[in-house]
Each structure stands twice: as C-alpha cells, then as structure tokens.
Design a protein around this ligand. Sequence first.
Ligand code: PEP
Ligand code: MN
Length: 285
Amino acid sequence: MANIKPVTWTETPSSEYPLVERSLHPTGSTVAIGDVAFGGDSFVMIAGPCAVESRDQMDASAALVTKFGARVLRGGAFKPRTSPYSFQGMGFEGIELLQGASRKHGMPFVTEVMSISQVKELEPHVDAFQVGTRNMHNFDLLRALGETGKPVLLKRGFGATLREWLLACEYVAQGGNSQIILCERGIRSFSPETRFTLDLAGAIWAKQETHLPVIVDPSHATGLPQLVGPLVAAAAAAGLDGAMIELHPTPDDALSDGDQALTPQQFEVLMTTLRPIVEAVGRKL
Ligand code: PEP
Ligand code: MN
C-alpha cells in the first residue's frame, strides 16, 4: 500500500470548455470553502444531515463531523423534495442554525440554493452555495451564482451527460466566478436496488478534462448507508478530491433521507477505514 504513487493527471486539450478545461491549469486548481481547500493535498469530507431540523440536531451533527475528521458541514434549509407534501426545509431560519453550528464547531458549511431569488440574501451568510441535481440546468441560477464571490458546489444533473455538466460550469465561470467544485451524485439508471448509479468513471473523466476539483456524493447516489463507505474509499483511491455524505445523530428521526443517513457509529467506521486509503495515494484527510 505504502508504495502506491499519488495519482497524477495529464493534460487533455479541449476547446469546448474554455473556462474550465484542464489546459488552463494543467496541474489543477484548488477551490476553498472557508479555509478548507479542495483539489490540493487533502481528500476532503463534507458531512451533515440532509436537512436542518433544529438547533440541537445541527449542534450534534456538527460535533460528529469534526470529531471524526470531516472538514465541512452540510445541511439543507431549502429542500428540493420530489413531493410538495414532504418537508420543504426550514428556510432562512435553517441558515441561521447552520451558521451557528458551523461557527461554534469551527468549520465552514455548504447549503443548497434553490432559486435565483435567494442568491443575494444568502450570499453574505453561506460559505458555499450548493446547486442540486435538479437545478443543474437552471442556467439563470448558474449565471447569478457566477456573479457572486462564493464557491459553488455544482452537482451533476441525474439525467445530464458529462458534457452538459461541464457546460453548466461554463455558465457559472462566465460570470467571473471559477470557484466551482464538481459533485457526481448518481445518474438515473435502471436498477432500483441502488437508487441511482454513481458514475465514478464520469467523475474521473471530469477530473481529467477540467482543472476543477471533483467530489462524489454516494449517499444520494445509492440511498443505502452500507454502500457509502466503500464508494468514498473508491473515490479516494481514484484520486478524486473528496466526498459529501449524509449523517444524522438519530437517522430514525430524520425529516428527510433518514434511510440513507449514516449513524454516528457508521460514520466513525467510514472515517477510520478511509484514512489509510487516503494516505496510500499520498494525500491526507
Ligand atoms: C442534497 O444534497 O441535499 C440533495 C438534495 O442532493 P441532490 O441534489 O443530489 O439530490
Ligand atoms: Mn438528502
């Protein structure tokens, strides 16, 4: 294990993505959320609940995230739910709770922005904007985020080709904001057992084709907590830049995505197993 060389990426010339293509920064660029850099010498874990539910839930979640070595907190306050009858998130009150937990536990956070009308109000408060899979094609939103000074975690649309995903980056970058982290979160496939299909090959391709950091989200890709750890490990071994996962202090009480949330114990096992894999490819957690 110790002799495995760090993964390196070769330049792949391309003219279709003039602002994000790899040839602009052949060694790759780093994008920081708060003081946490993606695309550098760390494999960065983002963790937290699907949705912000209460002050206590966020405080307990943030404590777990830091305790086991993840660096960035996640949590949704504006939730894009399949059913309009499902919990839609706490809105701006949720952002305050996220901010409180993140500051108290000394780590930055990322949260989803759902519409162009929220961008200006959220910008001063968030450390990074997340664009969800359902909004990857919302070009007006992408343009508006391109005019902000905050990093954008851009999830791949679950029905989007890799080309469409990279062109979505171009929409953001055109506004002057190239602080983009790509997140592969699973594409629609035909087998309901694993919900979506985590396209690891596509994520690696995006890393080779662009200069941007690329991470994966195996929680939404699979919907199965027992698959989250192995897929995070695979992403780390492949030289990707990090992963975003869902956890909950008590998954049975979660208001959204409780079935896929890791328990505190499962999260601890994941982080403990991951560390030597990350180190074997010459990086740190
Ligand atoms: C999320 O991360 O909370 C989320 C809703 O993810 P996705 O957009 O990938 O479904
Ligand atoms: Mn979720």
